[in-house]
Each structure stands twice: as structure tokens, then as C-alpha cells.
Design a protein around this ligand. Structure first.
Ligand SMILES: C[S@@+](CC[C@H](N)C(=O)[O-])C[C@H]1O[C@@H](n2cnc3c(N)ncnc32)[C@H](O)[C@@H]1O
Length: 249
């Protein structure tokens, strides 16, 4: 997490990963240089009580102790903010992201049920126009009394009015895609490539996508598969390496 921004980690071509801190790195990038922000930030969730959320590691929150994911996948930092600092921090990086996405471009930002109210506040406080919520039905969740929390959410927002030319056609608001598992799980909170491919298709062909919390690079893998360009930023060196390898493959 404390690694300095290292622009030498750039790969060449249509997809790049920068190993560095998101906000500091974004401040170095030129205004209006992206068509979309598509990102899955640390949720800072994973517990009923505030103490659960801030005291436990991402591994402890998001993997089972006996699982192979706990044994084989690296942990990551930045997931221990309390509620107020999470909202403030999201407002900071979402403000910077608004500068980087051209007018008329879009944002798609993942969150869960606990952080949905905080993130909708942050998106709007940062100056994005909030347009809706897309549901990812992930088909599985930990058992618990009452309703299963087997969905995550994607906030949809735009930088002002969406271009008429690039306005996506009418799309479903719910996507049912199984969570990444086994050999397809490259991050402890990985998103499935097939879900990300649906999302990147909302960006114009050859458009450039920013993911400042790239993790194992799933957004970039989907972007390349769909003929879009990509810049990812990732603070954890182990995940920046995995992402760079996946994009190279
Ligand atoms: C939820 S994960 C993204 C997982 C990704 N969607 C995937 O499928 O692999 C969030 C990532 O953000 C990274 N991160 C946390 N704080 C960061 C920061 N301030 N700057 C850059 N990356 C950060 C973490 O290391 C983690 O890998």
C-alpha cells in the first residue's frame, strides 16, 4: 500500500497497469483522457459492527479460513476505513476521476448493500450525475438467517449529459453471473470476467477505460476482449504483478 507510484510498471499497447496509490497516480494523469471509469474499490465492509470492518484484514473478511483462496491469493490493504472516512475518501478519488473522464463519459462503481448509501452520497458529492443502480446477482453468498445477501451493486453515473452518439442501447438492469471460482479466481474479491465484459461494452469501441483499483486486472482483461483500451492502477505489488501478467497473456 505504501509503495510509491512506479510509472516504470507500464506495459505497452492497449492495456497498462501502474503499480501505485490511486489518488496520487490519478493526479498525474491528463484531464478528460478516458471515456469511462469502471472500478471495484475496496468496500471497507464485511462485518455487522464497525469494529469488525476496521479491525480485520481483507483475507479475514472475504475468504473462509480453510479455503484455497486464503492459502494462495495475496491479501490487500485499504479496506479498513470506518464509515465516515470511507465516504470522504470515495468523494476524493471520485472527484479526481470526474476530471479524468471526458464530459459525456460514464462511471460504473461496485459496492455492496452496506456501502450503497455511502457510495451514492460520495458519487454525487464528487459531481457525477447519478443515473441508477445495476444489480449483479452472484448466485451464491454465505448462509445466514433471513434473506441471503447474494447480490452486489454497480452505481451508474455520468459526467454531465451522456453523449447521444455513445448512449448505450437499453440494457438489462440485472446480471446473473456466478462469482469467480477456482482457477478463475485471481483475487480474493475478484469479479467474473463475463460480468465485466457486459459492463465494458457500454463504452464506445476503442474507448479508454480507467480502473484505479485494478486488483488482478479483471476490468482490463474484459476491456481487451471487447476491443477497448485500459489503464489500471493497483497499490498491492503482488496484485499489480498478477494483473500485468493477465493482460500480457
Ligand atoms: C476489490 S479489489 C479489486 C478486485 C478486481 N476487481 C479483480 O477482479 O481483481 C480492490 C483493489 O484495490 C487495491 N487498493 C486498495 N487501496 C488502494 C489505493 N489507495 N490505491 C490503489 N489501489 C488500492 C487493493 O490492493 C485491491 O487489489
Amino acid at each position: 500500500m505504501d509503495e510509491p507510484t512506479d510509472l516504470s510498471d507500464l506495459t505497452t499497447g492497449d492495456a497498462e497497469i501502474i503499480r501505485g496509490e490511486a489518488l496520487a497516480t490519478m493526479r498525474e494523469l491528463p484531464t478528460a483522457s478516458f471515456d469511462a471509469l469502471i472500478t471495484d474499490p475496496p468496500y471497507c465492509t464485511g462485518g455487522t459492527y464497525s469494529s469488525d470492518r476496521v479491525a480485520r484484514t481483507a483475507h479475514q473478511k472475504y475468504t473462509d479460513s480453510a479455503s484455497s483462496a486464503r492459502q494462495t491469493l495475496p491479501d490487500f490493504g485499504g479496506d479498513q476505513r470506518d464509515q465516515r472516512s470511507f465516504t470522504l475518501w470515495c468523494t476524493l478519488w471520485l472527484t479526481e476521476a470526474l476530471r479524468l473522464v471526458r464530459p459525456g463519459g460514464q462511471a460504473l462503481v461496485f459496492t455492496d448493500w452496506r456501502q450503497l448509501p455511502a457510495l451514492t452520497d460520495a458519487v454525487q458529492a464528487a459531481g457525477w450525475r447519478w443515473r441508477g443502480i445495476v444489480v449483479w446477482a452472484k448466485t451464491s453468498a454465505r448462509p445466514q438467517p433471513g434473506f441471503r445477501n447474494d447480490c452486489e451493486y454497480i452505481l451508474w453515473a455520468s459526467n454531465g449529459i451522456i453523449d447521444r452518439d455513445h448512449q448505450p442501447p437499453c440494457l438489462p438492469g440485472v446480471y446473473t453471473v456466478a462469482s469467480a471460482r477456482g482457477r478463475n479466481r485471481h483475487h480474493i474479491t475478484a469479479k467474473p470476467v463475463d460480468l465485466m465484459r457486459y459492463l465494458v461494452r457500454t463504452v464506445r469501441q476503442d474507448g479508454r477505460i480507467l480502473d484505479p483499483f485494478a486488483g488482478s486486472g479483471t476490468t482490463g482483461v474484459a476491456a481487451l476482449a471487447e476491443g477497448r483500451r485500459f489503464l489500471g492502477i493497483e497499490a498491492a505489488p503482488a496484485y499489480a504483478k498478477i494483473a500485468t501478467q493477465r493482460l500480457a497473456e
